[in-house]
Design a protein around this ligand. Structure first.
Ligand SMILES: *[C@@H]1O[C@H](CO)[C@@H](O)[C@H](O)[C@H]1NC(C)=O
Ligand SMILES: *[C@@H]1O[C@H](CO)[C@@H](O)[C@H](O)[C@H]1NC(C)=O
Ligand SMILES: *[C@@H]1O[C@H](CO)[C@@H](O)[C@H](O)[C@H]1NC(C)=O
Length: 508
């Protein structure tokens, strides 16, 4: 035994480092603000925008098989950035209706399958004749929350979706902590990312993979979220959005759609080349913007920036706005900034631009959000003040293009061509003024040819290697456990210590 111990440590150390590195790369961020700024004042906030689909309504909306009609899917989402965007789905036989949160930052379809104080109803497996248990447990843990349950399959259909009924994997949530939140109107979550992120492992085919395989619709979906400029914490009826499955609906955007390559198919990982506040280039090494990744995630409320980037952005904004350092609580999200009613704070704040790598890799394009998107109205205090929160937060695990930014754009997740498209959304307008802009192409010559740190893992071969090493590490761990000597033991759990997790980063 002594000898074994003596021989293994170095290798074990290396492998365990590797293993922990890998497992930390698999953490799943899922974070929804529910609005901590509760106010006794109830506001009458009428939704500001409706999707304009009237007109001639002419679009390439139908495929020959008649399974998808994009116009039928327009406005199939409800919600806002604070409480998430959800879609009605019919599950089981006979069907049970549930609202399901759309999350492009995870890959499980998970629904409440037991009562919980914060939800009105749940999926009752016992009364669905088509439900099949897979007899496998599944659990996802967050820093301060979790859910666990059982895997199974059942039939689902989407009233405002493709005209089809498909069999999909379902994680039936039997117990949870900090997952369902007071005031949300959804009972499950639809993870739209790639199989790599599925729990307990990638053999659990995600919903959209199943849908594409069983219906033959194109491997692309697109998302329009219409909460721009709407207070995030009032009880007002949530506004809406659209999840178009199978393609891109032309009436949901203006101008051109610009595409950026998906760097790696797990999250929707993209490459950020440059950030500008106002017209000022932040001038950071572009790898800072992508450390340790940059992703597009509808399940994240805010625009989240790596700490260095965040600090630079705040410095830059506070130079041009009237919010000074003394208001540090505003930047960190613990305080609101309020102005007298009738005074618009937005004119004090600069636009923010994110430059993304183009599909022609020597070019880039920029997506620009106006202050109306990141200085977010919260509530009206006593009718004399308008209060706002800062829609940007810092992150220790990468840049996240969350709802704050996505609400300005119609975003196409073109999995078939491994790219994410951005176009100015028809619903990102306030008083007739667009809240987002897109421009390009720009030459990407001035930035490094590769801004993605740790990009070696992008090679499929290296993934195989990575998995093999992880397997080996697991084996070594097992041996060590058997020997009851386990310096790596604490690394074994699949616990997600993710700064952006559901609980930590939501406002409560
Ligand atoms: C927040 O909500 C609690 C419970 O509903 C209430 O007692 C309290 O007054 C609220 N705070 C504000 C600032 O409105
Ligand atoms: C949906 O598909 C079924 C069977 O293919 C067909 O009978 C029905 O008309 C379709 N419904 C719509 C709205 O296209
Ligand atoms: C890519 O962009 C560069 C710079 O604008 C241009 O010179 C080149 O022709 C483009 N390549 C293709 C294949 O379009």
């Amino acid at each position: 035994m002594e000898k074994t111990q003596g021989m293994l440590p170095v290798r074990v150390l290396v492998l365990c480092l590797f293993f922990s590195l890998c497992s930390s790369r698999f953490s799943i961020p899922l974070k929804i603000f529910t609005g901590k700024f509760n106010s006794s004042v109830d506001l009458d906030l009428t939704p500001l925008q409706k999707i304009e689909t009237s007109g001639n309504g002419l679009s390439l909306a139908s495929d020959p098989s008649g399974i998808v009609n994009f116009l039928d899917m327009v406005n199939n989402l409800q919600g806002d950035s604070g409480r998430g965007y959800y879609m009605e789905m019919l599950i089981g036989t006979p069907t049970q209706t549930l609202n399901i949160l759309v999350d492009t930052g995870s890959s499980n379809f998970a629904v409440a399958a037991a009562a919980h104080p914060f939800i009105t109803h749940f999926f009752n497996r016992a009364v669905s004749s088509s439900y099949r248990s897979a007899g496998r447990a599944v659990a996802v843990r967050y820093t301060q929350g979790n859910w666990e349950g059982e895997l199974g399959t059942d039939l689902i259909s989407i009233p405002k979706g493709p005209n089809a009924t498909v069999t999909i994997n379902i994680a039936a949530i039997l117990s949870s902590e900090g997952f369902f939140l007071p005031g949300v109107n959804w009972q499950g979550i639809l993870g739209m990312a790639y199989p790599v992120l599925a729990r307990p492992d990638s053999s659990v085919e995600p919903f959209f993979n199943s849908l594409v395989r069983q219906t033959g619709i194109p491997d692309i979906f697109s998302l329009q979220m219409c909460g721009a400029g709407i207070s995030a914490s009032t009880g007002a009826d949530p506004v809406g959005g659209s999840l178009i499955m199978g393609g891109v609906e032309p009436t949901l955007y203006r101008g051109e759609m610009w595409y950026t390559p998906i760097m790696q198919e797990w999250y929707y990982q993209v490459e950020v080349l440059k950030l500008e506040v106002g017209d000022q280039n932040l001038n950071l090494d572009c790898r800072e913007y992508n450390s340790d990744k940059a992703i597009v995630d509808s399940g994240t409320t805010l625009l989240r920036l790596p700490i260095n980037v965040f600090n630079a952005v705040v410095d830059s904004i506070s130079q041009t706005s009237l919010i000074q350092d003394s208001a540090s609580g505003f930047w960190t999200g613990t305080k609101l900034a309020c102005w007298a009613v009738g005074e618009s704070p937005w004119r004090f704040f600069p636009k923010i631009s994110i430059y993304l790598r183009g599909t022609n890799t020597s070019e880039s394009f920029r997506i620009t959000i106006l202050p109306q998107l990141y200085i977010q109205p919260i509530t009206d205090v006593g009718g004399t003040l308008n209060c706002f929160r800062f829609g940007i937060s810092s992150s220790v695990n990468g840049l996240v293009i969350g709802a704050t930014v996505m609400e300005g754009f119609y975003v196409a997740f073109d999995r078939a061509q491994k790219r994410v498209g951005f176009a100015v959304s028809t619903c990102a307008e306030l008083a007739g003024q667009p809240l987002a802009e897109i421009a390009g192409p720009f030459l990407a010559e001035s930035v490094s040819s590769d801004c993605v740190a740790g990009s070696f893992l992008r090679e499929p071969l290296l993934w195989v290697l990575a998995y093999s090493l992880m397997g080996l590490c697991a084996l070594v761990l097992l041996v060590l456990l058997v020997l009851m000597v386990s310096p790596c033991r604490r690394r074994r759990g699949s616990e997600i210590t993710d700064e952006s997790s559901l609980v930590r980063h939501r406002i409560k």
